[in-house]
Design a protein around this ligand. Sequence first.
Ligand code: C2E
Ligand code: MG
Ligand code: MG
Ligand code: MG
Length: 292
Amino acid sequence: RAKQQGRNTYQWYSQEFNEEASYRVALRNELQDAIDQEQLSVYYQPLIDAHTGQTRNVEALVRWQHPTRGLISPADFIPLAEETGQIIALGEWVLRKACRDMVHLHSRGFRHCSISVNVSPIQLRKEGFILTVTNALKAFGLPPESLELEVVESAVLLDTDVVINTLHAIRALGVHIAIDDFGTGFSSLSYIKLLPANKIKIDRSFIKDVIENRSDAAITQGVISMAHHLGLEVVAEGVETEAHATYLRKNHCDLLQGFAFARPMPFDDLLAFLNDQGAGNTLATRTSDRSE
Ligand code: C2E
Ligand code: MG
Ligand code: MG
Ligand code: MG
C-alpha cells in the first residue's frame, strides 16, 4: 500500500516535472521569435526622491506579451534567456530601447531624470559589454550620467576580476552603478568594497514587514547607515504603502520605489505620470501594469 502510494507520488511528480520541462523548452524557442518579432516591450517604474517627492530616476523593466500565453513575467523568462545566452541580445535590445526613450523624455523637459537598466551577470562577463554600452549612449546621444546599470551582488561570484574591471570601466565612462536586490545574494560583505557602486537597492523582502518585524527593521536601518558611511545612496524597493514611505523617510532612505507611488508602466503613461507630478500630484496611482 505504502509502496503503491509512493509510486503514484513519484509518477505525479515526474509528470509535473515533464510538463514543466516541456513548457521551458517551448518558451525557450518562442523567446527567439519574441526578440525577432517585437513581442517585447519596456515598462518604466519611477524612483521617488524621499525628500522632494519628485521622480529622479526610472527603472526599465522588460515585458513579454506572448501572442497566445499572454503576459509572461521577466522572473520566468530572464533565467531562461540566461541559460541559452539569449540574454545578450535581449539585454542589448532593452538597453538601446531605454536609452532612446530616455532621450525622448529629456526632450520633453525631464532632464533631471535618469534611467536604470538591469544587467545580467552573463552580460557583464561577456567581452564587448563596455562597447555595447558606449554604442547605445552614442547612438541616441544620451549623456553617460543619465544611465545607471543595476547589478546583483552575485554578479561578482564568477570571473570576479573580469566583472570588477568591467564595472570600473563603466564608472569611468560616467555611467552609474546600483547594487540590486541587496541582501538576498550569498556574497560576502567584502564584495561591497570591491564593487564600484553609487547606490544600494534594499530588496523588497526586507521592506515588506519593516514596520512590524524587528529583524527587518534592524537590517534596513543598518544597510542605510552602512551605505551612507560608504558614500552611497540607498533605494528601498517594494514600497507598497504610505506607512512604509513615512518609515523609510524617517530612517533617511534616499529614494523610494514601489506600488505606493507607481507601478511599472508603458512610456506614454510615464510621460503622463511625470506631467501630473510636475503639476503637484506626487501620489498618483496609475495601474497600467496588469501583471501585478
Ligand atoms: P528587479 O530588478 O528587482 O525589479 C523590481 C521588481 O519589483 C519588478 O518586477 C517590479 O515590478 C517589482 N516591484 C516594484 N515595486 C513593487 C512593489 O511595491 N511591490 C511588489 N510586490 N513588487 C514591486 P518585474 O518587472 O516583474 O521584474 C522582476 C525581475 O526581472 C527584476 O527584478 C529583474 O531582476 C528582472 N528583470 C526585469 N527586466 C529585466 C531586464 O531588462 N534585464 C534583466 N537582466 N533582468 C530584468
Ligand atoms: Mg532592478
Ligand atoms: Mg531589485
Ligand atoms: Mg528583485
